[in-house]
Design a protein around this ligand. Structure first.
Ligand code: NAD
Ligand code: WQD
Length: 338
């Protein structure tokens, strides 16, 4: 099976390419490198010992996409390409709607013209808004998103659902990721945020390596066991393997399917700091600050459906997630620039 991986030079994409190649899939990556660099691809090649065919291509570029699809005979697409910075999306909503929504519409149109009607889409727990219940099952109603990034995911879920409904030849799998952290065991690929990290784990690792002075914990007055926000952190390699399992479902011609990819366990910010310190032996200085606008108290998955229907569950625990995030950061203090 030949798989088109959009956004395959990025954090989750690069880890997924490793797992796909390890499972014997033919993989072709396209990426416009707006939030990544080709070095990640070279490092994936080192890990797997296989060539990763790569095209620098924007998913908005209909002509180039068509050329690539004329040349390669894809069976399915795993679609990671997109902009993902929550705060930036509030400042630049047009750019987010254009890139994520127009980009996906273009990609899907070129796919159907080439009779490639199998897609796995990177969605997010953010579509649940402030979730109606916890743990969050896939039946939990979609909520009110607090930023344009979240709306792009929510809207694209609807777009892909409607396309599948209108043409049952499509197989569409929506994967709702919770909070991916960690890195490949080799420590050679990992998350490489631009500028000041928005997400907790890269902020912690950059503090631990001395690039940031201290972590600010956004609020300790939530209704949680220690007052800090609770999330479902998942190792990126587990997440990547979830995509391999989803491909098996595509082969069964499953129509439309939706799965949470999380561990089912919630950890608070203070739990993460403690686990990081215990796993690495490195102190993380922190201060308590005000709440971050748009944040919710608690968000964790029910991971039952993915287990029942895909035979997938997360294998790595929180200590390993912390240790692997740290291994990547300390070996590459400046990400792929090292
Ligand atoms: P990332 O930024 O590391 O990877 C995304 C890749 O897409 C980058 O390499 C970027 O250069 C590329 N890209 C962006 N716009 C493009 C375009 N128009 N054409 C071609 N390539 C383009 O992000 P990631 O963390 O690996 O996330 C992958 C996907 O998963 C994204 O769609 C993201 O929204 C989604 N997601 C991420 C998280 C998370 O916390 N990391 C959680 C839920 C969902
Ligand atoms: C986790 C916890 C913060 C940074 C975001 C997106 C979501 C998805 C994953 C893409 C929260 C706290 C954080 C810091 C802190 N991405 N925190 N100090 O907000 O759960 O989800 O990333 O789809 O859409 O919204 O993740 O890592 O930003 O925060 O105290 O410097 O850590 O308040 O409780 P979040 P996060």
């Amino acid at each position: 099976m030949k798989i088109l991986v959009t956004g395959g030079a990025g954090y989750i994409g690069s880890h997924t390419v490793v797992e796909l190649q390890n499972e014997g899939y033919d993989v072709v990556v396209i990426d416009n490198l707006s939030n990544s660099c080709e070095k990640s691809i070279e490092r994936v090649e080192k890990i797997t010992g296989k060539k990763v065919p790569f095209y620098k291509c924007d998913i908005l570029d209909r002509e180039k996409l068509s050329e690539i699809m004329d040349k390669e005979n894809f069976d399915a697409c795993i679609h990671f390409a997109g902009l993902k910075a929550v705060g930036e999306s509030v400042q630049k909503p047009w750019e987010y709607y254009e890139n994520n929504i127009a980009g996906t519409l273009t990609l899907v149109d070129v796919m159907r013209k080439h009779n490639v009607k199998n897609i796995i889409f990177s969605s997010s727990a953010t579509i649940y808004g402030d979730p109606a219940f916890i743990p969050i099952t896939e039946e939990c109603p979609k909520g009110v998103c607090t930023n344009p990034y979240g709306w792009t995911k929510s809207m694209l879920e609807q777009v892909l659902t409607d396309i599948q409904k209108a043409d049952p030849e499509w197989n569409v799998i929506l994967l709702r990721y919770f909070n991916p952290i960690g890195a490949h065991k080799s420590g050679t690929i990992g998350e490489n945020p631009n500028g000041i990290p928005n997400n907790l784990m890269p902020y912690i690792t950059q503090t631990a390596v001395g690039k940031r002075d201290h972590l600010t914990i956004f609020g300790n007055d939530y209704d949680t066991h220690d007052g800090t926000g609770v999330r479902d952190y998942i190792h990126v390699v587990d997440l990547a393997r979830g995509h391999v399992k989803a491909l098996a479902k595509i082969k069964e011609k499953a129509g439309l399917k939706i799965y949470n990819l999380g561990t089912g366990t919630g950890y608070s910010v203070l739990d993460i700091v403690k686990n990081f310190e215990e796993a690495t032996g490195v102190k993380v200085p922190y201060e308590i600050g005000p709440r971050r606008p748009g944040d919710i108290a608690t968000c964790y998955a029910s991971a039952k459906k993915a287990y029942d229907e895909l035979g997938w569950k997360a294998e790595y625990g929180i200590k390993e997630m912390c240790a692997d995030s740290w291994n990547w950061q300390k070996n590459n203090p400046n990400g792929y620039e090292d």
